[in-house]
Design a protein around this ligand. Structure first.
Ligand SMILES: [Zn+2]
Length: 65
């Protein structure tokens, strides 16, 4: 089960958000701040989920970006 990112992890992704590149598989150019695996991004209507390749690692949901 994915866990919510800590504030520090959230800020890391927020700070790097502008530079994120996403390939056709949803894989981003960002590495997970917790385990170093690639982060995935999934846009769903008005919310965006960013989550680790590892299903037991972090998951962040943004709204309205
Ligand atoms: Zn991770």
């Amino acid at each position: 089960m994915a866990t919510k990112a800590t504030l520090q992890e959230f800020e890391f992704i927020n700070n790097n958000c502008a530079d994120i590149k996403v390939d056709s598989n949803g894989k981003t150019s960002l590495k997970c701040p917790r385990c170093g695996k690639p982060l995935l991004m999934d846009r769903n209507g008005s919310s965006t989920e960013i989550y680790c390749t590892d299903p037991n690692c972090i998951k962040i949901t943004y709204r309205g970006i």
